[in-house]
Each structure stands twice: as C-alpha cells, then as structure tokens.
Design a protein around this ligand. Sequence first.
Ligand SMILES: Cc1ncc(COP(=O)(O)O)c(C=O)c1O
Length: 365
Amino acid sequence: MIQRAAARALDRFGHRALQYGNVAGPGPLLEWLTARIGHQEGRAPEPDELLITGGISAGLDLLLTTHTQPGDTVLVESPTYHLAVRILQDHRLNLVAVPVDGQGLDVENLARVVSDLQRDGAPPRALYTVPTFNNPTGVCLISQRRRGLLELAAEQQILVIEDDVYRELGYDAPSPPPLWSEDRHGSVVRLGSFSKSLAPGLRLGWMTARAEVVGRLVQSGVLDSSGGVNHFTAVAVFQVCESGDYDAHVRRLRQAYRVRRDALLLGLRDRLPEGCEFEAPGGGYFVWLRLPSGLDGEALLSHAEASGTSYIPGARFHLGPFERERIRLAFSLHSPARLEEAAERLGEAIRSFQRGSSPQPPAGG
Ligand SMILES: Cc1ncc(COP(=O)(O)O)c(C=O)c1O
C-alpha cells in the first residue's frame, strides 16, 4: 500500500514531492484531513488551525518549545503515557501529577490541584492528557468530566494538550468526539497521529488548535528552515488517504484488534487466579490489570518473563503515588492464539510466584 502510494506521489507531484514543502503541510493532505475531521468529529478546523507534524512525539516537543519556559508548571494525569513524560522532562518543566480513576481524569480533584498551585504562585500553564483510550488504562474520559475539564481550562487559561493517538481504534462504538471539537474557547491543542492507524515509522501526524497556537509553530525556526515536516511522506500518505486505502486499512485494524482484545480478555477471565481485576477496554491497545492484593508487578516481572510472557509494571506510568499491583498488558502485537496462551502463562506465573515456587518455562520456548 505504501509502495504504491509512494510511486503515485512521484508520478503526480514529480520533483515537487522531493522539495521543501509548505510549512503547514502539503495542501492536498491538509484538505483531506479537514474534510475527514469535519465529517467524523463534527467540527472542521479552519485552514490556520491545522498543522502536519512528525507524529505526536515531535508535535508535543515543538509545542513545548514554542509555548513553555523551563520551570513552568504542567499538569500530567497519573498514570500516563510514560514516554510523553520523558518529552516533558526534556523541557525542564515543573510536572505535577493529577490522579485518574475508572472514568478518566478526576476533574474535581484537578480543580483543587489548580487552586493549590495558584495559591503557591505556580499556576499551571498546561495539562497533558490522553482522554480517549488512555495509555495505560484504556479508559475514555466520561462526557460530563470532558465538559468540566473544558470549563476549568477556559476559566484558568490552561492549555489542554490532548494526545489523541488511539482515536481510530474504537472497537465497540464510535469514539467520543475529541476535547478539541467541543472546546469553544481555544484551550485545547489536539495531537493526532498516523502511527497507530497506518505505521509508526512514517513519523507523521497532525495538530488542531486555535490559529494563534498553530501560527507560533508555523513561525518557529525549525519549520522556517526545514519547510513542511516529512514532506515526501506526507504526500505519499495523502495518496493512501485519497485512494480510500486508509479507511479500508483502519476498518481492517479495528476488526483484527477487536479479535485480539477479545482473545486476551477471554484468556484472562479463564486463566487468572482469584483477586485479579480488569475492565474490558473499548479501544486502544491495552488492558490495565490489577494483580491480587499485595502482589508487586515489578517483582513479578522476571518471574513472568521466565514463564514466557511479559508486560510493563504499572509503576513506570506514574508520576505520583501508585498501586504496585497494576500492570499493563498489550494485545496489539500478537495473534489471538498467542494472546490466550500469554494469559495462561501469566496465570501460571502469578500462582507459582504466590506459592514461592520457581517459574514454569514454557514447553518449546
Ligand atoms: C498515548 C501515546 N501517545 C503518543 C504515542 C507516540 O505517538 P507518535 O508515534 O505519533 O509520536 C504513543 C505510542 O505508543 C502513545 O501510546
């Protein structure tokens, strides 16, 4: 699909596909995205509200470069995507954790944290959040809290950085609209990506935000010097999108990941010992599992790996206090049969760890 698209991009745009591109991104891709976002999310960005980025990681980095100073206070939901924390730390920000629960970010608690910070003379500049199919929890922020968050952000002038990477991967129902499309005050910067819906190696994504925010990025030194981000990739991806291949591919992904999710859930329900708890995620890549009380996910890891399965301990996703019983399981990579087997091995690993006996290496490796 990508090979065809790259060849078509060269046929159609000739040497222009290999030149420095328009700073905001190639016009045809911007137009396609505008129409799709308008159709799917109920609000289309204006031309000066949309920018092509090198994916969420690069978009976040550039946003922080243009909109924060070292020492600024930035709120981060906890648990959160651990590698976004690395990017935030690169900018030497003052990171403050805000707890989440089974319905996403706890907005009442957030309001208290904001007023405490104001009282202490460190009002938050921004909030980083993954409100749709969160990594690691899989949770979608409920709509009442979405409204509360937008009101608070407008009132307190907090820039909400919405990481929307799993938007296309809803398995049971259409994904909730992004915070960005419901925001009437220009508080939200939404970061989208082709990483999970096409391929991470493309390094391509987009940003929707108010014109003044996008304008500052467009005028940044790096885009002034480099032109549009990953221009050739962007024109090739436009071919994938325009031909209908993108939509067909996303439909296939949803179908395949739904089957994988269900296989893992079935395995977990059948094979885990008493005391393990988890919710079925409606989308994304992850199951956020609670181990039996007192069992430390970090301590169990090498035992689980010796039993032929693996995960990321929950502690690694937290900035603040955390439950050591939490672990993150990913169902995106493996076949349904392997996922069921992985659940069985995890169940065995937990049991043997609890008994204090050695891990049971899998037959055949
Ligand atoms: C929540 C979240 N945001 C961002 C990324 C990375 O996005 P990108 O490849 O567009 O930089 C990931 C990848 O795992 C992720 O889980």
